[in-house]
Ligand binder design. Structure first.
Ligand code: GDP
Ligand code: ZN
Length: 458
């Protein structure tokens, strides 16, 4: 923490009207401020004080509860005051201005949590989970964010780092005895310890991968010729009417997006405008957006009309899809063709090859048959294994760090006892990667990026 940390203030509750509004302050020695603000009362730590909040002239701006948390037993580790007033925008603004008048400055997004991190109240993975908990888009995501916040993820990392430090001490110690270093490492079973460490890391990586799926979800695009049923499928998946469905080809002029939740996993679905050549200006814009959506997608649902099959038009569409996208071929309108959904899931070995799809699913967007199969396949394709006990929310940043550590441990194993100095160096780099997750030795600019994405008041 810098020597001088000014008092910060923010409205912590959501903007707009509400029964209660909360203003939060953090800084050094806030008792004096609390006394002035309450018109001379002295709040006791962790006790609610019912009081007027008064202006410069001693007139009440509002009344409500004042909560005082004395440093270091507070969220930020500094003195914290929370004012619970009436949640009207004008009252909240007046209270906020009063706090500014008393010397506080407006908090930046995430600044409270950043101070908590800098004062060692939370590590970086925990701090990130504060934002994830607030942003959680499903109950599972919220549960898992809370687990991370409580330190479940960090605990795994600490365990790994502890084992790694033990191994490093062993290896570094042998560097001083070049004569008998290999015997020494053999006797201490350094090889076995490294193998065990790599196994443990694999386990954490697998869990974190699941956690990242739950946090980031999956981007799905619907592609297919006009009238094949893209809007209908989007509506069927979303469970209500958001796209315009008509019999006129080209009605879906704009991309229409919808977020659904499958087994807790957020799925962002974008309906494209058909991706075809057109002179219509409005439609052109839609088509451009569709191409953008494709660039960000993980999975493409390629819709096919069974009466036409995989025709030239659809093949042309397929050629515009980035090749790294996973594809599911969806034969729609099976209700018109007396097809059955349950026998219709085919594997790549069968007929999928032509479109390059991973799977073929046949369904009826209109009647719902086969929809469940499609949902199942979507979760399958992304590798979601279902929420399990102890799972925690993770970010791409965490996965990158874990993969870096994994790579370094691999390198360490390759060197074995051939070159102890390189072995030591790879172990050191592995630890550095793991430490990035919890925020030990994290670059300042990374901290800036992480905390700037918070909302104000957190
Ligand atoms: P889009 O242009 O690809 O978005 O296609 P729409 O979703 O607008 O659907 C075009 C037409 O096909 C509409 O009349 C839909 O009611 C109809 N349709 C869509 N899905 C099905 C289906 O599964 N069965 C039947 N019978 N009709 C469907
Ligand atoms: Zn090497």
């Amino acid at each position: 923490m810098t020597a001088y940390s000014p008092t910060i203030v923010a409205i912590a509750t959501a903007a707009g009207r509400g029964g209660v509004g909360v203003i939060r302050l953090s800084g050094k020695n806030l008792q004096a401020l609390a006394q002035i603000l309450s018109g001379g009362k002295t709040p006791r730590p962790r006790q609610a004080l019912y009081t007027d909040f008064v202006d410069k002239e001693g007139r009440a701006i509002d009344n409500g509860l004042m909560l005082y948390f004395a440093a270091p037993a507070s969220f930020t580790g500094e003195d914290v005051i929370e004012l619970q007033g009436h949640g009207g925008p004008v009252v909240m603004q007046m209270l906020l201005h009063r706090c500014l008048e008393l010397g506080a400055r407006l908090a930046e997004p995430g600044e409270f949590t950043k101070r908590a991190f800098l004062n060692n109240k939370l590590d970086l993975a925990q701090a990130e989970s504060v934002a994830d908990l607030i942003d959680a888009s499903s109950q599972s995501a919220a549960r898992m964010a809370l687990r991370s916040l409580k330190g479940s993820f960090s605990q795994h990392i600490h365990t790994l780092v502890d084992s790694l430090i033990n191994l490093r001490m062993l290896v570094e110690a042998t560097l001083d005895f070049p004569e008998e270093e290999i015997d020494f490492l053999e006797a201490a079973n350094a090889r076995g310890k490294l193998a065990h460490l790599r196994e443990e890391l694999e386990g954490v990586l697998a869990q974190a991968t699941q956690g990242a799926i739950l946090r980031e979800g999956m981007n799905v695009v619907l592609v297919g010729a006009p009238n094949v049923g893209k809007s209908s499928l989007l509506n069927a998946l979303a469970g209500d009417d958001i796209a315009i469905v008509t019999d006129i080809a080209g009605t879906t002029r704009d991309t229409v997006r919808e977020q659904i939740t499958l087994d807790g996993v957020p799925i962002h679905i974008v309906d494209t405008a058909g991706l075809r050549e057109t002179d219509d200006v409005v439609e052109k814009i839609g088509i451009e957006r569709s191409h953008k959506a494709l660039q960000n997608a993980d999975v493409a649902l390629v819709l096919i009309d069974p009466s036409e099959g995989l025709n030239a038009k659809t093949e042309a569409l397929l050629s515009t899809i980035p090749s790294n996208l996973k594809k599911i071929e969806v034969w729609n309108k099976i209700d018109l063709f007396d097809m059955k959904a349950d026998i219709l899931r085919e594997t790549a070995a069968q007929q999928v090859s032509k479109s390059g799809a991973n799977t073929v699913i046949r369904l009826s967007a209109k009647q719902g048959e086969g929809l469940a199969l499609l949902k199942e396949e979507l979760l399958n394709i992304i590798g979601w294994q279902g929420e399990s006990e102890g799972l925690f929310l993770a970010r791409t940043r965490h996965l990158n760090a874990l993969n870096k550590a994994k790579e370094e441990l691999e390198n360490a194993a390759i060197h074995g006892y051939d070159n102890i100095e390189l072995l030591a160096e790879h172990l050191r780099l592995a630890q550095e990667a793991l430490n990035e997750i919890t925020g030990e030795f994290t670059a300042d600019d990374l901290l800036g990026v992480i905390f700037s994405r918070f909302c104000i008041g957190k």
